[in-house]
Write a protein that binds this ligand. Structure first.
Ligand SMILES: Nc1ncnc2c1ncn2[C@@H]1O[C@H](COP(=O)(O)OP(=O)(O)OP(=O)(O)O)[C@@H](O)[C@H]1O
Length: 368
């Protein structure tokens, strides 16, 4: 293991101004981010936002229209896909069906013209690492989906790449297996310290695996931050609603008093935010708060709105309440279930107390 660690070169990846189109309009536009040596970064965003295009450009599978990709000291534009020293794992396994597990893992080593005994030793190390020591002689079709994906990971890292690219690596697997493999991959990545970029549309996968997230929308970057910062301090309404759940309330900035902002809601009630927002009075905004920041009370509180319970659903450890404000807007509240927590009956009138320290306000999006 010590030998392997010393031989895996930790390199920094820098992507600057990456732009590409497949013909018409740009699929990705001016994408810039860096991954520090040994760091795991997740590219996250809705379907079609350009995640795989970024990955393909880094891997050398497409030639971008503009931009610079540098790995360590190498400008990748001058290197073929094969010469880039990148390990890749894609969703659909893509193991060679006619080669055994051991031969699959040995394949990139043979391409690097590594001697047969060294190859064999490395394959054994890899098989042990992904806990498939007994499976070297099997064909891919004789393995389960999760095992096949572990072989794909072993094959990707066997050649000691400086960068690991994972494109929806566990997308085809069921939830429980996906979680197990994520934990395994995290352990492997920490042991080897390979700089890693994972593409996923599964935000839980991204948050559990990555040190930082690059959030993409419609071909551009919306925010780059740690998973917690993205959740707690979203820079746009898109990020706020894409990561986790967020209630959205149409509102108007009424006035500022010292360090507070008075916000008017659609039902003519008001909320006082304990900070000055960067809007002019009269601005139309979308106010957001997460369900866990809304507390249900039997009596009105300081920042509470009258609500009617539509339905309450138990989701494992929490109870999720769907509520209606008097103005017709919907609101969700969640509370941790304790022994004796009872779900209110549909139609019950209660008061929703919003934690205004945690609310965000974004410019209202123009109505279609
Ligand atoms: N080979 C191609 N030819 C033409 N257009 C393409 C091609 N590949 C991707 N696109 C378009 O480029 C845009 C970005 O696609 P891309 O596959 O990078 O998105 P993605 O975020 O990875 O999506 P998904 O999560 O669905 O895989 C999309 O609008 C897609 O339709």
């Amino acid at each position: 293991m010590a030998e392997m660690q010393s031989m895996s070169l930790r390199k920094r990846l820098s992507v600057q101004g990456l732009t590409h189109s497949y013909g018409g309009s740009n699929a990705i536009n001016d994408i810039s981010f860096t991954i520090e040596p040994g760091e795991v970064v997740a590219l996250l965003g809705p379907s079609g936002c350009g995640k795989s295009t970024v990955l393909r450009a880094i891997a050398g599978l497409i030639q971008p229209k503009a931009g610079k990709i540098v790995l360590g000291d190498d400008d990748l534009a001058s290197l073929s896909a094969r010469a880039r020293g990148i390990g890749m794992v894609f969703q659909n396994y893509a193991l060679f069906p006619h080669l055994t597990v051991a031969e699959n893992i040995a394949y990139p080593l043979a391409c690097q013209q590594i001697s047969r005994p060294a190859r064999q030793k490395r394959v054994e190390e890899m098989l042990a690492m992904v806990r498939l020591g007994e499976f070297g002689n099997r064909l891919p079709r004789e393995l389960s989906g999760g095992q096949q994906q572990r072989v794909a990971v072993a094959r990707a890292i066997a050649g000691r790449p400086s960068l690991l690219l994972l494109d929806e690596p566990f997308g085809a697997l069921d939830r429980a297996l996906r979680f197990d493999l994520q934990v395994e991959l995290l352990h492997l990545q920490k042991t080897l310290g390979i700089t890693t970029l994972i593409v996923t549309h599964d935000q839980e996968e991204a948050q559990s695996l990555a040190n930082r997230l690059v959030l993409m929308n419609k071909g551009h970057v919306e925010q780059i931050d740690t998973p917690m910062a993205v959740y707690d301090r979203p820079r746009s309404l898109f990020v706020n609603t894409f990561i986790g759940q967020a209630n959205q309330l149409p509102a108007t900035v009424l006035r500022f008093d010292n360090d507070t902002t008075l916000i008017g809601l659609a039902d003519n009630t008001t909320l006082r935010l304990p900070r000055r927002l960067n809007f002019t009075p009269g601005s139309k905004v979308t106010l957001t708060c997460r369900p866990e920041e809304v507390r249900l009370l039997p009596q009105p509180g300081e920042n509470s709105q009258k609500v009617t319970v539509t339905v309450s659903v138990p989701l494992g450890p929490v109870l999720l309440h769907e509520l209606k404000l008097d103005c017709g807007s919907s609101l969700r509240a969640s509370e941790v279930r304790r022994p004796g927590t009872a779900a209110p009956l549909p139609g019950t009138s209660l008061f929703a107390d919003i934690d205004t320290t945690r609310c965000h306000a974004f410019p209202a999006e123009p109505q279609p």
